[in-house]
Write a protein that binds this ligand. Structure first.
Ligand SMILES: C[S@@+](CC[C@H](N)C(=O)[O-])C[C@H]1O[C@@H](n2cnc3c(N)ncnc32)[C@H](O)[C@@H]1O
Length: 275
């Protein structure tokens, strides 16, 4: 398979998953806030506070844009490849004036210097040809504008999500999902290097933990909702995995709660004035 074929397969998979289960991501994010009650949407929106013209890359059902609208931003825009997610965004009253497109972040349908800020919540890390996404972002952002990106991190050590992955990995390997994204987007150094080539200043990197703890059954639910891979498993496989997870989790916690261990990193930077 060529790189272009792999990229197409990855994007097709994501489009299909998000068209089949629109709003799944925003339900997950809303159900798993930080310890202080803020969601990762709110945390990211705070990084671009005061910006009026804001673009969301991979905007999904428009939940982050809705947070920005409630915060007073008026020139909102978003792109996503999944029409099912966009249908939800288009129907939101607070996004009635937003400029939302079914489009790829690699080919943004906006003029140069159109935005004061660009945000991207848990989507850049899934995108193919990320150099092109970053170059397009730099093109549509005004010099001095802010970019704030949230990416997934490895589950915390000893957490419920780490346990789940350990048990699920052999099953996931039998029916692999297409390779998604570029590993560089998930690390501070990798992202810094990528963004520097497009004229961005060194990033600020903040790590946040979401979801607190829950009973083994609650953390099982979190894990099943989190990974695309579980959507490819048969009901009997999920049932067997659940039994195994609950047995291990209960043994580990003696029936008490277990931390979920969901971790995100938020990178914030500015487009340098001279490119
Ligand atoms: C994990 S979801 C996050 C959605 C939203 N940002 C949120 O956090 O609620 C990833 C989103 O990126 C979109 N996506 C993936 N590749 C894309 C691309 N190349 N251009 C635009 N959107 C893309 C998917 O359709 C999906 O809605």
């Amino acid at each position: 398979m060529t790189t272009a074929d792999a990229a197409r397969a990855g994007e097709e998979f994501l489009r299909d998953m998000h068209n089949r289960a629109p709003e799944a991501m925003s339900r997950y994010v809303t159900a798993h806030p930080m310890a202080d009650g803020r969601t990762s949407y709110q945390f990211l929106a705070e990084r671009v506070a005061g910006a009026q013209r804001v673009l969301d890359l991979g905007c999904g059902d428009g939940s982050l844009l809705a947070v920005l609208a409630r915060g007073g931003a008026t020139g909102l825009a978003g792109v996503d490849v999944a029409a099912g997610e966009l249908a939800v965004a288009w129907a939101r009253p607070e996004l009635a004036d937003a400029d939302l497109h079914e489009a790829r972040a690699q080919d943004l349908p906006f003029a140069d210097d159109s935005f004061d800020a660009v945000v991207c919540h848990m989507a850049l890390m899934l995108m193919a040809d990320v150099e092109r996404v970053v170059a397009e972002t730099a093109r549509v952002l005004r010099p001095g504008g802010t970019l704030a990106v949230a990416v997934g991190r490895r589950a915390a050590e000893g957490s419920g999500l780490e346990l789940f992955l350990k048990l699920a990995r052999p099953l996931f390997a039998q029916r692999p999902v297409p390779p998604l994204g570029d590993r560089r987007t998930r690390s501070r150094d990798g992202l810094n290097e990528l963004l520097a080539t497009a004229g961005f200043a060194p990033i600020t990197w903040e790590e946040i933990t979401l979801g607190g703890s829950g009973t083994p059954e609650e953390v099982w639910q979190t894990a099943v909702e989190k990974y695309y891979d579980t959507m490819t498993l048969a009901a009997a496989e999920i049932a067997a995995l659940r039994r195994e997870f609950l047995e291990h989790a209960r043994a580990l916690t003696a029936g008490e709660s277990i931390t979920r261990g969901e971790r995100l990193a938020v990178a914030t930077t500015r487009l340098l004035a001279s490119r």
